[in-house]
Design a protein around this ligand. Structure first.
Ligand code: ATP
Length: 238
């Protein structure tokens, strides 16, 4: 298996609104793959469809050589695929630790819960310090880290990240993206990351795809897209 995820001819949307049009791409094992594009291009729709929250109207999604096109969203973490939704969606009136425990609801993940909390908070020392604090009292960056840590509780192979830097200061955004890159580099995690901060995400990604009105219009190694004049002008404000 060289690809962790393969998306083929994917079409999806909402009732009569067709958003994704024949989207195909592959995500190599251990790679960080960025999906970038303007507001409304369909990035969240793509992640939601892969994560089983939306049913594709056509096409196929294969995760670790298994067809998950019709899988239920709540079965996917148990198979090793975890989504960090935009904004993190933590439970603000629960502690950091209780939020992390909720990430381990998949069968098999509950065993060794305490040890797993130690492991994931080791990657985010600030969370270890704030274990007993209410999640709603975390800063934006800490909240995002907590949401990523919660997704890691089920020991995923593939992490889907929806705009992890939204609302963060440039410095905090860079830190969060660095942590994501470190998870791929040091833990062998495969990552699909949707981002509006195109310049920053291309720094940490191996490959990138540009989504425009529901279609992939450009694909390539992140370095190559980073150096492309038309992409710099259209998406990077350079
Ligand atoms: P952004 O960067 O603003 O988050 P995006 O690239 O993630 O944008 P999507 O959120 O996937 O884009 O939206 C794609 C299209 O689908 C838009 O036209 C949007 O209005 C529409 N859409 C999104 N969610 C829904 C929904 N729940 N019901 C109906 N239409 C929706």
């Amino acid at each position: 298996m060289t690809n962790e995820l393969v998306v083929e001819g994917l079409c999806a949307g909402y009732n009569d609104l067709r958003v994704l049009q024949d989207v195909s791409f592959a995500v190599p094992v251990g790679a960080v793959v960025a999906i970038v594009g303007a507001n409304g291009a369909g990035k969240t729709t793509l992640l939601s469809t892969i994560a089983g929250l939306l049913r594709p109207s056509a096409g196929a999604i294969r995760f670790r050589d298994r067809d998950i096109s019709r899988a239920r969203a709540d079965d996917l973490p148990g198979l090793g695929l975890a989504l960090v939704p935009e904004g993190g969606r933590l439970f603000p009136f629960m502690s950091v630790e209780d939020n992390l425990q909720l990430g381990a609801y998949a069968p098999g993940a509950r065993a060794g819960m305490a040890a797993r909390i130690q492991e994931v908070t080791a990657a985010f020392p600030v969370l270890a310090e704030r274990r007993d604090q209410l999640a709603g009292k975390l800063s934006g960056g800490e909240r995002q880290m907590c949401a990523i840590a919660r997704a890691l509780m089920c020991r995923p192979r593939l992490l889907l990240l929806d705009e992890p830097s939204v609302g963060l200061s440039p410095l905090m955004a860079e830190r969060v993206l660095e942590i994501v890159a470190g998870l791929a580099r040091d833990e062998g995690l495969t990552v699909v990351i949707v981002e509006q901060r195109v310049t920053e995400v291309l720094e940490i990604a191996d490959e990138a795809h540009i989504l425009d009105r529901g279609r992939i219009v450009r694909s390539g190694p992140a370095r190559q897209l980073q150096a492309d004049k038309s992409i710099q002008e259209t998406y990077m404000g350079l």
